[in-house]
Design a protein around this ligand. Structure first.
Ligand code: KG4
Ligand code: ZN
Length: 338
């Protein structure tokens, strides 16, 4: 089965071709970073307009790179949510219409399920059940995964997502957009001993997260240290990164102990963070699985892959296009199940 995957939920236009027998054949990404950088964050209206411009040429390029044509496609998978509504509508409308025109099935993919499955694309498969730490710009969740669509939420952020906290802290430090990777780079030369930031909600039981207090703490530290030197920036970035990483690790360790499931999949944009990976490896008594770094952040490959898994189990999107800005992962059913 050859599946065309389309991702347009935020600020990346992603298109990929996944073959159920041969694996990933092509994977093209157009990032809108330069477009949004001047505004310090994603401008939803501009994101939608840019997806419209880039999507069809990117599909053509993806097919060309794989040496395939539209006639070779078995199905089309598109992100239906969660995400920015206007941006989602571009990929969903195009993807569903393309499938209808070609007379092939389509499948509506949940963006966070696609992140969750991304480490399975071309890496060693974790045994079931496993725990998933989903850390992206919009979500921070711990989920117990018993199978495709069989998800139990163990804990989640009560306010900001980890990626969002990275982005906001980067903005306070004038590190620009996209914040996460910039802050991580700046933190490399920082002194981890100079500032000690709080590890929110780690002193009480439970698996929920909160990052908004850390944001306030960062802002207060920035204000108290102004005018900032490059060294101040690096030290604050380092203290912030250490605090987020520590907090995530403490909760992951707790989730593993509580469920007695010793397999952890880490997915979403923040899973590209090198310090998080190093510290997890050193501090967790579990086998850990990640996607290749370029498949951690938004991409079309994870949509093609997740869509393919659901299509193989018989799932089909109806002709009426349904996109959802909010869509809890626990509402997903097991394909073919009741
Ligand atoms: O999964 P993703 O690409 O998009 C969403 O679904 O939200 O995640 C993007 C988030 C952004 O907040 C970005 O700052 C963060 O992931 N991120 C990172 C790193 N790379 C991306 N955060 C920390 N360290 C990184 N290396
Ligand atoms: Zn994402």
């Amino acid at each position: 089965m050859l599946v065309l995957g389309i991702e347009t939920s935020c600020d990346e236009t992603g298109v990929a071709l996944f073959d159920s027998d041969l694996g990933l054949l092509a994977d093209e990404l157009y990032s809108q970073v330069a477009l949004h950088a001047q505004y310090g964050g994603v401008v939803p209206e501009l994101a939608s307009r840019d997806h419209i411009r880039k999507l069809i040429p990117l599909c053509q390029e993806t097919l060309r790179k794989a040496g395939k044509s539209l006639d070779d496609l078995s199905a089309v998978a598109y992100t239906a949510g969660p995400g920015l509504m206007g941006a989602l509508l571009v990929g969903a409308t195009f993807g569903r219409s393309l499938a209808w025109g070609l007379g092939i099935p389509a499948v509506a993919v949940h963006h966070m399920e696609a992140h969750l499955l991304a480490p399975l694309i071309d890496q060693t498969q974790p045994p079931l059940p496993f725990i998933a730490l989903l850390v992206s710009g919009g979500h921070t969740q711990l989920v117990e995964v018993a199978g495709l669509g069989d998800y139990r939420l163990l804990g989640e952020s009560l306010d900001d997502a980890a990626g969002e906290a990275f982005d906001k802290a980067a903005k306070m430090l004038d590190l620009g957009y996209p914040g996460g990777p910039n802050l991580a780079r700046c933190a490399e030369s920082g002194d981890p001993q100079r500032f000690r930031f709080p590890r929110p909600m780690t002193d009480r039981p439970g698996l929920d997260f909160s990052f908004s207090g850390l944001k306030t703490f960062t802002l207060n530290t920035v204000k108290a240290s102004e005018p900032l030197t490059d060294e101040d920036r690096a030290d604050i970035a380092r203290a912030f990164e250490e605090a987020v990483v520590d907090t995530l690790i403490i909760k992951c360790r707790r989730a593993v102990e509580q469920t007695k499931v010793p397999h952890l999949v880490v997915a979403g944009g923040v899973s590209a963070n090198v310090r998080l990976r190093e510290r997890l490896e050193a501090n967790l008594d579990a086998s850990i699985y990640y996607a290749a770094p370029r498949l951690c952040t938004d991409n079309g490959a994870m949509i093609a892959y997740a869509g393919c898994q659901r299509l193989l189990l018989g799932e089909r999107a109806p002709l009426a296009i349904d996109t959802r800005a909010r869509w809890p992962i626990t509402e997903l059913g097991i394909p073919g199940g009741s």
